[in-house]
Design a protein around this ligand. Structure first.
Ligand code: LUZ
Ligand code: MOS
Length: 760
């Protein structure tokens, strides 16, 4: 805990009051400019084929339609691929997924654009559709080269194993379902430049994509983000196409152009979490220590690479989750299918990798006839172990979290209660599971781990802060205010967080990888410190202090040699201004010590790891297959949390989102590549009623980590993976009802699948 902060500063989310009173402004709340055109996309109705006829003359004559744009109207490059250039903004002749944008219809109103859409005539010569990643792999349909991480020698190790198990695992996709759908609003400027307001996690990604499409340099595109209504990874790269479309339309027509996707369009056209199919082999010695682990991951990438190569990489990084495994060989294939390109989603491939080793351990424990958590516990990660990617485990927090969870929540008593309940009830069974998590913090692509911030101290003592961080509900604005208030020793009321804008802070990494507060916060500290250094020099001159005298800033006052002098902040700022001191600074931060060599697949990619253990209890109605989560109690390694209120929000939201992925959320595409769960009636996400009755979060007592902002560790993604515990709580309840059940390790465990498992 940062002891210098008042309780008020520690707890208050600066956006909360505006959120709950409906006053927060989102993209769609921008006042509409006169002459604004409204865009709609006409997209591919078939998953794979060649366009043989495309006639939009009737659509173009439809009421209110101003113009219809195709790829031919793109002055720059028809390309939006961020990692691999394999995705056109607007389809040319080949169609690769249902929902692939073909035409951009511009009309005086949304309704008119929508009506014109139905008048477009298209004929398609259909081709074979692939929706399954393993089928794609077998047919040689890969998005890029496969990768393997190895440690030790698994072949030799398996020879010596007392027990070897193998199996298959599958996990489903997941719809981001950010409350605010994708969208953008573009305004043409003088001399051909453009301003784009975008609902994006990555303003620079939007800027780069717009510039590429328009064929202009990046300085001609200004991207502005006030705040967004959720992202969860879905707006890391996939906010860019809509922004590029309105930028293109504004560029071509000279008018403001707005496009905000309807929920239906968003569900149809955007990529989601990658479904995976996987195979594993795991070997143990006599003491039930894991000796060797092999896995092959078939990632369902969809029709273009998008962020899939990076997501796939994180699957490999987290393939052994929180366990010590001396011999590892894990391979991942990025499989090309005829689905919308799948993309970043909280956890970024990590959860998919972790679910496989948890399944392997669960299956092994069952075959060995011992409790799942005993096998997990015996293999927890310890200090000094090497990850398959070469980084050495520096903090032994896996065992600490596990032990504290067992102790604080009295696991043995809890287990006895569950056993007693199960003995007494024939058709209701409880299941308990433990889920340890170890998640690496940093973009796995080292160059992305940099950030900048711009600070202005105004002559009245107020402060304006710009960073590259995008507020998406995660509370980063509040954390940035805390960082600046702490640095200057002033009240947080003096600080204003500006919109995230590419002209104030350039070359930003997306707000992603749980690293936003660390990267931008450290850049912000750098900027504040520069101004403080100037103030210090100014004070020393003004008061004729000695070089070794210590100048400090606390409680809105100047301190000299730790003694308060009566010089309030406002007066200091004003005097410094009159003395013509520079009251603005640009800060920069690049995470130290990290590196990774892809040719060897070895290095030190993460600044640090975040640990935790969650215990989940569920009650299953074994007649109907329905269930309710009674409690999730967890111990989490926050480091030294700078804002427990904000951090708890991240834990609760991440946990429940992960539980949804593992249980409720059944993303279904049929063999034609049609989304069968394309409405909120057919795709169910967790709500307050679904959430566990009790979510109890204990803070692991630690000093925090120097590479975390104010020693407060990153908290965005790690809790999602506690949700994996929900799956195993359910399987354990199934086994309490039917010890011979046939478990298939195919998430999500929907009520239908649960019922089948109970009676299998
Ligand atoms: N995005 C990214 C991420 O580009 N690289 C990453 O390593 C990452 N990790 C988590 C979430 N988003
Ligand atoms: Mo993310 S999956 O941190 O955009």
């Amino acid at each position: 805990m940062n002891r210098k902060m008042s309780d008020k500063e520690r707890k208050l989310n600066i956006d909360a009051a505006f959120h709950v009173t409906g006053r927060t402004k989102y993209l769609d709340d921008l006042p509409e400019w006169q002459g604004t055109l409204f865009a709609k996309v006409f997209y591919a109705p078939k998953a794979h084929g060649e366009i043989t006829k495309l006639d939009y003359t009737k659509a173009a004559q439809s009421d209110g339609v101003f113009r219809i744009l195709s790829y031919k109207d793109i002055p720059g490059e028809n390309q939006i691929g961020g990692i691999i250039p394999d995705e056109p903004l607007l389809a040319e002749t080949e169609l690769h997924f249902i929902g692939q944008p073909i035409l951009l219809i511009l009309a005086d109103s949304e309704l008119q654009a929508e009506k014109a859409k139905s008048l477009v005539e298209i004929e398609i010569k259909e081709k074979e559709v692939i929706v399954d990643p393993k089928e794609a792999f077998e047919k040689g349909e890969l998005l890029h080269a496969s990768r393997t991480f190895t440690l030790g020698d698994t072949n030799a190790a398996f020879e010596d194993c007392a027990h070897v198990f193998s199996g298959e695992v599958a996990s489903g996709g997941q719809e981001h379902l950010y409350l605010e759908t994708q969208g953008a609003y573009a305004f043409p400027q003088n001399r051909g430049s453009i301003v784009v307001h975008s609902s994006t996690q990555g303003p620079t990604a939007v800027q780069r994509t717009c510039a590429r499409i328009l064929g202009v340099s990046m300085n001609q595109v200004e991207v502005d983000v006030n705040r967004i209504g959720g992202g969860f990874g879905g707006k890391e790269d996939q906010a860019s196409p809509w922004a590029a479309m309105v930028a293109l339309a504004a560029f071509v027509t000279g008018r403001p152009v707005k496009y905000i996707l309807s929920r239906h369009e968003d569900l149809q056209m955007t990529g989601k979490r990658h479904p995976y199919k996987s195979e594993y082999k795991i070997g143990f010695d006599e003491d039930l220590k894991i000796k060797a682990y092999e896995a092959t991951f078939y990632q369902n990438g969809g029709a273009a690479a998008d962020l899939s190569p990076a997501v796939m990489e994180r699957t490999l990084f987290h393939a052994t989750n929180s366990y010590s495994v001396p011999n590892v060989s894990v391979t991942a294939h990025g499989c090309k299918t005829n689905l919308p390109p799948n993309t970043a989603f909280r956890g970024f491939g990590g959860p998919q990798g972790m679910f496989v080793i948890e399944s392997a351990l669960h299956n092994a424990a069952r075959k060995l006839g011992l409790p799942f958590h005993q096998l997990q516990e015996r293999n927890l990660l310890i200090e000094g172990m090497e990850f398959s990617y070469g980084q050495i485990v520096a903090e032994a927090k896996a065992v600490d979290c596990w032990d504290q969870a067992k102790r604080q929540y009295d696991l043995s008593r809890w287990e006895r209660e569950v056993e007693t309940f199960n003995a007494k009830n024939k058709y209701q069974k409880k299941g308990l599971s433990l889920m340890p998590v170890c998640f690496g913090i940093s973009f796995t692509n080292t160059p992305m781990n940099q950030a900048r911030a711009l600070v202005h101290v105004y002559s009245d003592g107020s402060v304006g802060v710009s960073t590259g961080a995008v507020e998406m509900g995660q509370g980063v604005n509040t954390k940035m205010v805390q960082v600046a208030a702490h640095a200057f020793g002033i009240d947080s009321q003096r600080i204003k967080l500006e919109n995230t804008n590419t002209t104030r802070v350039a070359n930003t990494s997306p707000s992603a990888a749980s690293a936003t507060a660390d990267l931008n916060g450290k850049a912000l500290q750098d900027a504040c410190n520069q101004i403080k250094d100037r103030f210090t020099a100014f004070i020393k001159r003004a008061l004729q202090l000695k070089a070794e005298d210590l100048v400090g800033f606390k409680e809105e006052q100047v301190f000299i040699n730790n003694k308060k002098v009566d010089w309030p902040w406002e007066d200091l700022v004003n005097k410094a201004f009159l003395a013509r001191e520079n009251l603005s600074a640009k800060g920069h931060y690049a995470t130290p010590k990290i590196h990774f060599d892809k040719s060897k697949e070895k290095g030190h990619p993460f600044a640090y790891h975040v640990y935790g253990t969650a215990i989940t209890e569920v009650t299953v109605d074994c007649l109907r297959g329905i269930y309710h989560f009674d409690a999730v109690r967890l111990v989490h390694d926050f480091g030294s949390s700078m804002n427990p209120g904000v951090d708890l929000g991240q834990i609760e939201g991440g946990l429940v989102q992960g539980m949804g992925w593992m249980t409720l959320e059944d993303l279904v595409y049929n063999e034609k590549g049609e989304l069968k769960s394309g409405t909120l009636a057919t795709y169910k996400i967790p709500d307050a009623n679904y959430a566990p009755d009790v979510i109890d979060v204990q803070f692991l007592e630690t000093d925090g980590h120097d590479l975390a902002i104010l020693k407060s560790k990153a908290v965005g993604e790690p809790p999602l993976m506690y949700g994996i515990g929900a799956y195993f709580a359910l399987t354990n309840a199934v086994l309490a009802f039917n010890p011979n059940a046939n478990l298939t390790y195919e998430a999500p465990m929907t009520t239908e699948k649960l019922l089948m498992a109970l009676y299998s």
